[in-house]
Design a protein around this ligand. Structure first.
Ligand code: HEM
Length: 503
């Protein structure tokens, strides 16, 4: 006799549900051309192809519809369909759309599967963003001095100043330096040297993203159960409890009276938070949440970007002497100051070119429609659908760049000399329409000034004190996972104490 085993009806219902959502959403997006097949079964295969070949599929969309809009089926988007816009006009419309039409927050919460990964905390007011944008930017000079000092010490403690070449896994070593030095700006001294705290923050990003991605693949009814097993968030907050408690106690003792701080006291994310978070909410849990979210947003992005730059510099030795000369001259004139950072223009050009040529994400400005949104060509993004711009196509567009496929580390310097570059828009932190590394429009990265300064401090320290090169057999090419590119974890770089005489 034929018998059903228990999971069969569940799987059948799930497949039916997936088919229903697939078909209804596809019908709503029927006027938008698809890259890859758009039948139910073949689309699933296409979505798996997107996991490993997102960049080439996005490029294909760019070539076929250079100033148009296309869609791909993907496992990353909640409605599975991701709409991608090409060209300046539609990107401009995307960036200027209001939050109550195309929402950054809804897209972010879905990407990280916040309902299951962060629970109630996902809806806390984002005081940490205000603090980065206002308080930390106001105290940039003091914070920069601390970060530069921490970069100096953490590089010395992490990369040996040996006379012989020593090989290091690039991402690993750089993420240690970055985690410690950016935390000087978040939690100050001596907390930013607490080894356990740093390891928790350094590892959280990877396990958290892996768990969010896995939850994205599951049907809704399984997410809650699986989340309890794989999401590291609650455990992380528990592990940070005593660290955050003692930080709060110590900071409160430093106050003369509530709401004021000792003259010359700490200027970091924590002190800014204590100014704006209502007193009744200033708990170890709240602080743990904010530190974890800000570390999550900053440590891996900055580590990947800096590792890319170091690996490219190690592969292109001909740039090193010019960059060194600039760093030496600028530091001799201005010291480790904001002015010095602004004047490292050749180094900045190299950093921008690496980030343009080897962008860390093939798409940018991800948004989710919370109200039907219609572009000027009449194409409508229905509620619940995800839309983004094709960063990869913009960064490689001949409308914006001469010989875009060519790597030219002086490209942005020449643009400045050509008269393009006196505006802030041609700087790394500027939000020009042809450079989307830190996003654009209404919600760019609030930490971009700190990220740029930190990267410059690290590169300047390395150029001043170390020689570096790739291993003789080179490294595997950088890998893509979905829309994200990162240097292969095994990419190596060799360092030794600088031999050439300082200028
Ligand atoms: C090279 C390093 C970095 C890159 C490439 C980067 C890039 C970005 C991008 C593209 C966004 C999203 C913008 C959008 O939705 O359109 C973003 C958001 C964000 N970034 Fe960064 N970022 C970096 C470093 C940092 C640092 C150092 C901090 C903290 C000091 C930071 C804090 C944040 C936060 C809090 C958000 C969320 C903003 C919001 O929800 O409105 N980032 N970042």
């Amino acid at each position: 006799m034929f018998t059903f085993s228990y999971p069969v009806p569940i799987i059948s219902v799930w497949i039916l549900w997936e088919w229903y959502t697939f078909t209804t959403t596809r019908n709503k997006l029927a006027e938008i051309p698809t890259i890859g097949p758009d039948t139910f079964v073949w689309s699933y295969l296409s979505a798996w192809r997107f996991v490993f070949a997102a960049k080439s599929m996005i490029q294909e969309g760019g070539e076929k519809y250079p100033n148009g809009i296309f869609k791909v089926y993907t496992l990353e988007a909640p409605s599975r369909w991701l709409v991608v816009v090409n060209g300046e006009k539609f990107t401009q419309e995307l960036t200027s759309a209001k939050e109550h039409h195309l929402s950054k927050m809804a897209a972010l919460l879905d990407l990280i599967q916040a309902k299951w990964t962060l629970g109630k905390d996902a809806h806390k007011p984002a005081y940490h963003i205000d603090v980065i944008q206002c308080y930390m930017t106001r105290h940039l000079t003091v914070i920069l001095t601390g970060m530069a000092d921490e970069v100096h010490h953490s590089i010395k403690d992490t990369i040996s100043l040996s006379d012989e070449w020593v090989e290091y896994p690039c991402m690993d070593v750089i993420s240690r330096v970055i985690c410690r030095s950016i935390n000087r700006a978040f939690v100050g001294l001596p907390s930013c040297r607490d080894k356990e705290y740093l390891e928790i923050q350094r590892k959280f990003g990877v396990t958290f993203m892996a768990s969010s991605y896995s939850l994205n693949l599951l049907p809704k009814f399984l997410k809650g159960i699986v989340a309890k097993m794989i999401v590291p968030y609650s455990k992380t907050i528990q592990r940070l409890d005593s660290f955050c408690n003692s930080l709060l106690t110590q900071r409160r003792q430093n106050r003369k009276e509530p709401g004021t701080y000792c003259e010359g006291g700490e200027r970091d994310l924590v002190s800014g938070l204590l100014d704006v978070v209502p007193v009744e909410d200033q708990t170890a849990h709240d602080l743990g949440y904010r530190l974890t979210i800000v570390n999550f947003a900053s440590v891996h992005t900055t580590s990947i970007a800096t590792s890319n730059i170091i690996l490219e510099l190690a592969a292109r030795q001909s740039y090193i002497s010019n960059l060194r000369e600039e760093v030496e001259r600028v530091i001799a004139t201005y010291g480790w100051t904001k002015e010095a950072m602004e004047n490292m223009v050749m180094l900045e050009s190299f950093m921008m070119e690496v980030s343009r040529h080897f962008e860390i994400s093939a798409i940018g400005i991800p948004r989710q429609a919370v109200k039907d949104f219609t572009f000027s060509n009449g194409i409508t993004i229905p509620v619940g659908c995800s839309v983004a711009t094709s960063t990869a196509n913009i960064h490689m567009s001949s409308d914006f760049y001469q010989n875009p496929d060519e790597f030219d580390g002086y490209r942005y310097l020449k643009r400045k000399e050509d008269g393009h570059g006196h505006s802030l828009k041609q700087r790394m932190v500027g939000l020009g329409k042809n450079y989307l590394f830190f996003g654009s429009g209404r919600h760019p990265c609030p930490g971009r000034v700190f990220a740029t300064i930190e990267m410059k401090c690290i590169l300047a320290e390395l150029l001043l004190n170390y020689d570096f090169k790739l291993p003789p057999d080179g490294n595997p090419p950088s890998g893509w996972f979905g829309t994200l590119r990162f240097p292969k974890a095994k990419s190596k770089v060799l360092f030794r104490k600088r031999r050439s005489v300082k200028g």
